[in-house]
Design a protein around this ligand. Sequence first.
Ligand code: GLA
Length: 367
Amino acid sequence: MKVFIKSPGRVNLIGEHTDYNGGYVLPCAINLSVNLYFENCSEKSNVTSDLGYSMIFNTSEKYQKSQKHWENYVLGVVNELKHIKKTINNFKCNITSSLPSGAGISSSSALVCGLIKGISILNNIELDNSEIISLSRNVEHKYIGVLGGIMDQYTILNAKKNKAILLNCDNLERKFIKLNLKDYELLLLDTNIKHNLANTEYNSRVDECKQALEIINKVVDANYSNLSKVSIDDITKSKNALKNKIYRRALFVFKENERTIKSAEHLEKNNLNQFGRLMYESHNGLKNNYEVSCKELDFLVEYTKQYDSILGARMMGGGFGGCTINLINKKFTKKFIRLIKKQYKLNYKLDLGVIIAKPQKGLEIIK
Ligand code: GLA
């Protein structure tokens, strides 16, 4: 059997660092993807990629983590699937990708979801989307070491063309929001910074939010199950008991959830100006209270503020590098790219990556 999987990346319009806090996100899948071509084979498994990676292994053997980072995606998926079906057949897989890695547009989750989908089809394992999400998170938590939420996988598996998903990451209630961006488009600017502390910092934010929740629950004698459920009154009441840093994390989560719900309303009514304003506010919160930005991201966002043709900009994804997302008038895009590329190079001696993201449907199986 041959299976071809097209697994897209995602952008998040707003609602950052809220998913693992049981809050709201507003992502969509995009027109760039990881493409995986699978085939059954009787010899050893062979996985190759257009980035020059290749690995040969036998699915019947037991594997621990590999020293080679990318191999852990494959081994992690095979090991996790073996918990469901003891014997996984050997397979060939060739991977090509138009998704840059480390840009914060979910190339990892696209790869993991694609691998799970393909290998499970080859082995007649039936998995629904929620099972794929949970397997994929296991792989990323255990083998890659990032304690991510569910936004990326959920979006990759469920997205619809030209729609964003307002997702409540606590109860998984969702609403598709039609995106009518009129004369505007989503421009991603990739800092090309891959901060090696990003994973550690990400995991420490997860931990800080846990601390905030525990302390608030104690102070107000409540039993909130996640930080997104906590009212602003209870956050304020707990201010003295929380370290300043932890207080600001909780405040950010509260406000980001509010902004995300409001953004969905604005987008439904095509109020792009108001949505853009919230993008800037989100960036400020991520920079000052959640402290996951970096000088290159701040520069890119600041630089947009002089142009009326850009309605909003913010850092996107985990932070410490990766991309900004910009809502820009199509007529200005070309000129702006020229200007900002030059300024970025002058300031940071780095090339700026540029992507026009188009909201696309989620993962596709082409047999
Ligand atoms: C990464 C994680 C997501 C989410 C974002 C921040 O992309 O994989 O689960 O937490 O960071 O919003």
